[in-house]
Design a protein. Structure first.
Length: 97
């Protein structure tokens, strides 16, 4: 009898843990790399308007073009890094997701 109760309890707990895992919603606020590229591109556009006369603005614009190509070419991680570097050249802090 004791083994039956223990076995039943194990089966019940296993069923609850499996059922609970499948009904949990995905984490809210998940940001994809594509979303991050888009956000950084918008931030760069805003910052370059304010810092067009910065010492390294021309370099930052060239790097932005590379970042756009990376993001469009399915190399978002490289694009994100390029955008971050370009923003730092302008003296801006890249936004975090």
């Amino acid at each position: 009898m004791r083994k039956l109760v223990t076995s039943s309890m194990i089966v019940l707990l296993a069923a609850l843990s499996i059922g609970g895992a499948s009904t949990q919603p995905q984490a809210k606020g998940t940001v994809t790399r594509t979303d991050r590229c888009n956000r950084l591109q918008q931030q760069f556009t805003d910052e370059i308007a304010e810092h067009a006369e910065a010492k390294r603005a021309a370099e930052a614009k060239a790097l932005q073009k590379k970042a756009m190509k990376f993001c469009a070419g399915n190399q978002q991680a490289q694009g994100i890094r390029a955008y971050a570097t370009a923003l730092k050249m302008l003296g801006a802090q890249p936004i975090e997701p």
